[in-house]
Design a binder for this molecule. Structure first.
Ligand code: NAP
Length: 271
Protein backbone atom coordinates (compact mmCIF):
# COMPACT_ATOMS: atom_id res chain seq x y z
CA UNK A 1 0.00 0.00 0.00
CA UNK A 2 1.25 3.48 -0.80
CA UNK A 3 1.51 6.19 1.84
CA UNK A 4 -1.23 8.82 1.85
CA UNK A 5 -0.51 11.52 -0.65
CA UNK A 6 2.13 9.44 -2.44
CA UNK A 7 0.37 9.87 -5.76
CA UNK A 8 -2.33 7.18 -5.79
CA UNK A 9 -6.02 8.11 -5.86
CA UNK A 10 -8.88 7.88 -3.41
CA UNK A 11 -11.52 5.41 -4.58
CA UNK A 12 -15.20 6.34 -4.24
CA UNK A 13 -17.60 3.42 -4.55
CA UNK A 14 -20.54 5.25 -6.04
CA UNK A 15 -23.88 5.03 -7.76
CA UNK A 16 -25.51 7.62 -5.49
CA UNK A 17 -26.02 11.38 -5.46
CA UNK A 18 -23.79 11.61 -2.38
CA UNK A 19 -20.96 9.83 -4.21
CA UNK A 20 -21.23 12.27 -7.11
CA UNK A 21 -21.26 15.25 -4.75
CA UNK A 22 -18.23 13.94 -2.87
CA UNK A 23 -16.31 13.42 -6.11
CA UNK A 24 -17.14 17.01 -7.06
CA UNK A 25 -15.95 18.44 -3.74
CA UNK A 26 -12.69 16.46 -3.73
CA UNK A 27 -12.04 17.15 -7.42
CA UNK A 28 -12.39 20.85 -6.61
CA UNK A 29 -9.86 20.48 -3.78
CA UNK A 30 -7.36 18.79 -6.08
CA UNK A 31 -7.59 15.40 -4.34
CA UNK A 32 -6.99 12.62 -6.91
CA UNK A 33 -10.20 10.59 -7.09
CA UNK A 34 -11.50 7.66 -9.09
CA UNK A 35 -15.25 7.01 -8.87
CA UNK A 36 -16.49 3.48 -9.42
CA UNK A 37 -19.91 2.55 -10.84
CA UNK A 38 -21.39 -0.93 -11.10
CA UNK A 39 -22.48 -0.32 -14.70
CA UNK A 40 -26.12 -1.36 -14.29
CA UNK A 41 -27.67 1.91 -15.48
CA UNK A 42 -27.54 2.56 -19.24
CA UNK A 43 -26.94 6.33 -19.04
CA UNK A 44 -25.69 7.05 -15.51
CA UNK A 45 -25.23 10.55 -14.14
CA UNK A 46 -21.46 10.73 -14.11
CA UNK A 47 -19.45 12.37 -11.31
CA UNK A 48 -16.70 14.88 -12.07
CA UNK A 49 -13.21 13.41 -12.48
CA UNK A 50 -12.07 9.94 -13.44
CA UNK A 51 -14.66 7.14 -13.55
CA UNK A 52 -14.30 3.37 -13.86
CA UNK A 53 -17.23 1.04 -14.54
CA UNK A 54 -17.97 -2.59 -13.65
CA UNK A 55 -17.51 -5.06 -10.79
CA UNK A 56 -14.06 -5.78 -9.39
CA UNK A 57 -14.53 -9.55 -9.13
CA UNK A 58 -15.40 -9.88 -5.44
CA UNK A 59 -13.24 -8.87 -2.47
CA UNK A 60 -10.15 -10.52 -3.98
CA UNK A 61 -10.52 -8.54 -7.19
CA UNK A 62 -11.02 -5.29 -5.30
CA UNK A 63 -8.04 -5.97 -3.03
CA UNK A 64 -5.88 -6.48 -6.13
CA UNK A 65 -7.29 -3.33 -7.74
CA UNK A 66 -6.53 -1.24 -4.64
CA UNK A 67 -2.93 -2.41 -4.56
CA UNK A 68 -2.36 -2.06 -8.31
CA UNK A 69 -3.72 1.49 -8.32
CA UNK A 70 -1.95 2.60 -5.13
CA UNK A 71 -5.26 3.65 -3.60
CA UNK A 72 -4.65 5.60 -0.36
CA UNK A 73 -8.22 5.44 0.98
CA UNK A 74 -11.72 4.27 0.01
CA UNK A 75 -15.08 5.91 0.62
CA UNK A 76 -17.95 3.45 0.26
CA UNK A 77 -20.76 5.78 -0.80
CA UNK A 78 -22.91 3.06 -2.37
CA UNK A 79 -26.67 2.87 -1.86
CA UNK A 80 -27.83 1.70 1.62
CA UNK A 81 -29.14 -1.52 0.00
CA UNK A 82 -25.95 -2.32 -1.97
CA UNK A 83 -24.91 -4.75 0.78
CA UNK A 84 -22.63 -6.99 -1.28
CA UNK A 85 -20.45 -4.14 -2.45
CA UNK A 86 -20.15 -2.75 1.10
CA UNK A 87 -19.19 -6.16 2.49
CA UNK A 88 -16.67 -6.65 -0.30
CA UNK A 89 -15.13 -3.23 0.36
CA UNK A 90 -14.78 -3.98 4.08
CA UNK A 91 -12.96 -7.26 3.40
CA UNK A 92 -10.74 -5.90 0.62
CA UNK A 93 -9.69 -2.78 2.53
CA UNK A 94 -8.91 -4.76 5.67
CA UNK A 95 -6.73 -7.18 3.71
CA UNK A 96 -5.00 -4.43 1.70
CA UNK A 97 -4.52 -2.20 4.77
CA UNK A 98 -6.36 0.69 3.10
CA UNK A 99 -8.51 3.02 5.29
CA UNK A 100 -12.23 2.76 4.55
CA UNK A 101 -15.05 5.15 5.38
CA UNK A 102 -18.75 4.42 4.89
CA UNK A 103 -20.83 7.39 3.72
CA UNK A 104 -24.48 6.52 4.27
CA UNK A 105 -27.38 8.96 4.27
CA UNK A 106 -29.71 8.69 7.29
CA UNK A 107 -32.81 6.54 7.00
CA UNK A 108 -36.32 8.01 6.86
CA UNK A 109 -38.26 8.69 10.06
CA UNK A 110 -42.00 8.37 10.57
CA UNK A 111 -43.98 11.56 11.09
CA UNK A 112 -47.43 12.16 12.56
CA UNK A 113 -50.08 10.89 10.15
CA UNK A 114 -47.84 8.24 8.60
CA UNK A 115 -49.17 4.68 8.40
CA UNK A 116 -45.94 2.71 7.98
CA UNK A 117 -45.47 -1.04 8.29
CA UNK A 118 -41.79 -1.96 8.79
CA UNK A 119 -40.55 -5.27 7.38
CA UNK A 120 -37.11 -6.89 7.34
CA UNK A 121 -36.75 -7.67 3.63
CA UNK A 122 -38.57 -7.66 0.29
CA UNK A 123 -39.97 -11.17 0.83
CA UNK A 124 -41.65 -9.95 4.02
CA UNK A 125 -42.90 -6.91 2.08
CA UNK A 126 -44.46 -9.24 -0.50
CA UNK A 127 -46.10 -11.24 2.30
CA UNK A 128 -47.61 -8.04 3.72
CA UNK A 129 -49.00 -6.61 0.48
CA UNK A 130 -52.17 -8.65 -0.07
CA UNK A 131 -53.52 -7.86 3.38
CA UNK A 132 -52.93 -4.12 2.95
CA UNK A 133 -53.82 -3.01 -0.57
CA UNK A 134 -55.38 -3.79 -3.96
CA UNK A 135 -53.43 -1.23 -6.03
CA UNK A 136 -49.82 -0.84 -4.94
CA UNK A 137 -47.03 1.48 -6.05
CA UNK A 138 -43.87 -0.63 -6.00
CA UNK A 139 -40.92 1.73 -5.64
CA UNK A 140 -38.03 -0.69 -5.25
CA UNK A 141 -34.84 -1.70 -7.01
CA UNK A 142 -35.47 -3.44 -10.32
CA UNK A 143 -33.95 -6.66 -8.99
CA UNK A 144 -36.46 -6.85 -6.14
CA UNK A 145 -39.73 -6.84 -8.08
CA UNK A 146 -39.58 -10.60 -8.68
CA UNK A 147 -40.42 -11.18 -5.00
CA UNK A 148 -43.97 -9.96 -5.82
CA UNK A 149 -44.44 -12.19 -8.89
CA UNK A 150 -46.69 -14.72 -7.15
CA UNK A 151 -49.24 -12.15 -5.98
CA UNK A 152 -52.50 -12.47 -7.91
CA UNK A 153 -55.01 -10.24 -6.21
CA UNK A 154 -53.08 -6.93 -6.10
CA UNK A 155 -52.40 -4.71 -9.12
CA UNK A 156 -48.93 -3.10 -9.18
CA UNK A 157 -47.58 0.12 -10.60
CA UNK A 158 -43.89 -0.82 -10.84
CA UNK A 159 -41.60 2.21 -10.86
CA UNK A 160 -37.90 1.72 -11.46
CA UNK A 161 -34.98 3.38 -13.24
CA UNK A 162 -34.48 0.49 -15.67
CA UNK A 163 -36.70 -2.43 -16.73
CA UNK A 164 -37.30 -4.70 -13.72
CA UNK A 165 -35.92 -8.22 -13.80
CA UNK A 166 -38.55 -10.93 -14.41
CA UNK A 167 -40.65 -12.66 -13.26
CA UNK A 168 -43.14 -9.85 -12.74
CA UNK A 169 -46.57 -9.95 -11.09
CA UNK A 170 -49.41 -10.79 -13.49
CA UNK A 171 -51.31 -7.52 -12.93
CA UNK A 172 -48.95 -4.60 -13.42
CA UNK A 173 -48.00 -1.48 -15.32
CA UNK A 174 -44.41 -0.26 -15.70
CA UNK A 175 -43.36 3.31 -15.02
CA UNK A 176 -39.69 3.79 -15.93
CA UNK A 177 -38.55 6.93 -14.19
CA UNK A 178 -35.87 8.17 -11.83
CA UNK A 179 -35.89 10.84 -9.19
CA UNK A 180 -35.80 13.40 -7.91
CA UNK A 181 -39.59 13.25 -7.51
CA UNK A 182 -41.68 16.22 -6.33
CA UNK A 183 -44.75 16.11 -4.08
CA UNK A 184 -47.16 17.34 -6.80
CA UNK A 185 -46.04 14.62 -9.19
CA UNK A 186 -46.28 11.92 -6.50
CA UNK A 187 -49.81 12.99 -5.57
CA UNK A 188 -50.65 12.80 -9.29
CA UNK A 189 -49.28 9.23 -9.48
CA UNK A 190 -51.29 8.11 -6.45
CA UNK A 191 -54.50 9.73 -7.70
CA UNK A 192 -54.24 8.75 -11.36
CA UNK A 193 -53.63 5.08 -10.56
CA UNK A 194 -55.91 4.96 -7.47
CA UNK A 195 -52.97 3.71 -5.40
CA UNK A 196 -53.98 2.42 -1.94
CA UNK A 197 -50.56 1.08 -0.86
CA UNK A 198 -46.94 2.15 -1.34
CA UNK A 199 -44.03 -0.29 -1.02
CA UNK A 200 -40.54 1.13 -0.61
CA UNK A 201 -37.15 0.50 0.97
CA UNK A 202 -35.72 2.82 3.61
CA UNK A 203 -33.41 4.46 1.08
CA UNK A 204 -33.41 7.80 2.90
CA UNK A 205 -32.52 11.17 1.38
CA UNK A 206 -34.59 13.92 -0.23
CA UNK A 207 -34.70 12.77 -3.82
CA UNK A 208 -37.34 10.06 -3.43
CA UNK A 209 -39.00 11.05 -0.13
CA UNK A 210 -41.97 12.85 -1.72
CA UNK A 211 -43.87 9.57 -2.15
CA UNK A 212 -43.94 9.31 1.65
CA UNK A 213 -45.37 12.82 1.96
CA UNK A 214 -47.94 12.04 -0.72
CA UNK A 215 -48.93 8.79 1.03
CA UNK A 216 -49.38 10.67 4.33
CA UNK A 217 -51.48 13.32 2.57
CA UNK A 218 -53.78 10.66 1.06
CA UNK A 219 -53.85 8.40 4.15
CA UNK A 220 -52.23 5.58 2.19
CA UNK A 221 -50.24 2.95 4.15
CA UNK A 222 -46.57 2.37 3.30
CA UNK A 223 -44.64 -0.89 3.62
CA UNK A 224 -41.04 0.09 4.42
CA UNK A 225 -38.20 -2.43 4.02
CA UNK A 226 -35.52 -2.00 6.70
CA UNK A 227 -31.90 -1.53 5.64
CA UNK A 228 -29.64 -4.56 5.70
CA UNK A 229 -27.03 -4.40 8.46
CA UNK A 230 -23.76 -2.96 7.14
CA UNK A 231 -20.22 -4.04 8.03
CA UNK A 232 -18.62 -2.58 11.14
CA UNK A 233 -16.29 0.35 10.61
CA UNK A 234 -16.11 4.14 10.60
CA UNK A 235 -19.15 5.80 9.09
CA UNK A 236 -20.55 9.28 8.44
CA UNK A 237 -23.84 10.57 7.09
CA UNK A 238 -22.85 13.70 5.16
CA UNK A 239 -20.72 14.55 2.15
CA UNK A 240 -18.99 17.30 4.16
CA UNK A 241 -17.82 14.80 6.81
CA UNK A 242 -16.62 12.37 4.16
CA UNK A 243 -14.80 15.15 2.31
CA UNK A 244 -13.05 16.21 5.54
CA UNK A 245 -12.00 12.60 6.21
CA UNK A 246 -10.73 12.16 2.65
CA UNK A 247 -8.90 15.50 2.59
CA UNK A 248 -7.21 14.68 5.89
CA UNK A 249 -6.04 11.38 4.47
CA UNK A 250 -4.84 13.03 1.27
CA UNK A 251 -2.79 15.42 3.39
CA UNK A 252 -1.51 12.57 5.54
CA UNK A 253 -3.10 14.29 8.53
CA UNK A 254 -4.82 12.58 11.45
CA UNK A 255 -8.62 12.43 11.38
CA UNK A 256 -10.31 14.45 14.12
CA UNK A 257 -12.57 12.49 16.46
CA UNK A 258 -16.27 12.61 15.62
CA UNK A 259 -19.32 11.25 17.47
CA UNK A 260 -21.11 8.24 16.07
CA UNK A 261 -24.12 9.33 14.00
CA UNK A 262 -27.48 7.87 15.04
CA UNK A 263 -28.61 4.91 12.99
CA UNK A 264 -25.15 3.73 11.96
CA UNK A 265 -23.59 0.69 13.47
CA UNK A 266 -20.09 1.82 14.25
CA UNK A 267 -17.88 4.85 14.20
CA UNK A 268 -14.54 3.45 15.25
CA UNK A 269 -11.60 5.54 14.19
CA UNK A 270 -10.33 4.78 10.72
CA UNK A 271 -6.98 3.10 10.32
P1 NAP B 1 -24.66 -4.97 -4.67
O1 NAP B 1 -25.71 -5.99 -4.80
O2 NAP B 1 -24.13 -4.64 -3.34
O3 NAP B 1 -23.42 -5.34 -5.60
C1 NAP B 1 -23.37 -6.46 -6.44
C2 NAP B 1 -22.06 -6.42 -7.17
O4 NAP B 1 -22.03 -5.33 -8.12
C3 NAP B 1 -20.87 -6.16 -6.26
O5 NAP B 1 -20.46 -7.36 -5.63
C4 NAP B 1 -19.87 -5.61 -7.24
O6 NAP B 1 -19.33 -6.63 -8.07
C5 NAP B 1 -20.74 -4.76 -8.15
N1 NAP B 1 -20.82 -3.37 -7.67
C6 NAP B 1 -21.76 -2.80 -6.89
N2 NAP B 1 -21.52 -1.51 -6.72
C7 NAP B 1 -20.39 -1.25 -7.40
C8 NAP B 1 -19.64 -0.08 -7.60
N3 NAP B 1 -20.01 1.12 -7.10
N4 NAP B 1 -18.51 -0.17 -8.36
C9 NAP B 1 -18.13 -1.35 -8.91
N5 NAP B 1 -18.81 -2.48 -8.75
C10 NAP B 1 -19.94 -2.43 -8.02
O7 NAP B 1 -25.12 -3.61 -5.36
P2 NAP B 1 -26.49 -3.23 -6.11
O8 NAP B 1 -27.55 -3.11 -5.10
O9 NAP B 1 -26.65 -4.12 -7.29
O10 NAP B 1 -26.13 -1.75 -6.60
C11 NAP B 1 -25.26 -1.56 -7.68
C12 NAP B 1 -24.90 -0.08 -7.79
O11 NAP B 1 -26.08 0.69 -7.95
C13 NAP B 1 -24.17 0.46 -6.57
O12 NAP B 1 -23.13 1.29 -7.05
C14 NAP B 1 -25.20 1.28 -5.83
O13 NAP B 1 -24.64 2.36 -5.15
C15 NAP B 1 -26.11 1.72 -6.97
N6 NAP B 1 -27.48 1.87 -6.52
C16 NAP B 1 -28.11 0.81 -5.96
C17 NAP B 1 -29.40 0.95 -5.54
C18 NAP B 1 -30.11 -0.20 -4.90
O14 NAP B 1 -31.31 -0.09 -4.77
N7 NAP B 1 -29.46 -1.25 -4.46
C19 NAP B 1 -30.08 2.16 -5.71
C20 NAP B 1 -29.41 3.23 -6.28
C21 NAP B 1 -28.11 3.06 -6.69
P3 NAP B 1 -17.92 -7.34 -7.73
O15 NAP B 1 -18.21 -8.29 -6.62
O16 NAP B 1 -17.59 -8.01 -9.03
O17 NAP B 1 -16.94 -6.27 -7.36
Amino acid sequence: MSAPGAGGPLLILGGTAEARDLAGVLHGRGVPVISSLAGRVAAPRLPPGEVRVGGFGGPEGLERWLTEHDVFAVVDATHPFAARMSASAATACRRAGVPLLRLERPGWRERPGDRWVWVDDVDAAADAVEGLGRRALLALGRQEVAAFAGIESTWFLIRSVGPPEPPLPRQHELLLDRGPFAMSGELGVLDEHRIDLVVTRDSGGDQTAAKLDAARERGVPVVVVRRPPGPDGPAVTTVAEAAAWASARADGAATPAEPRPAGLRSLDRAG
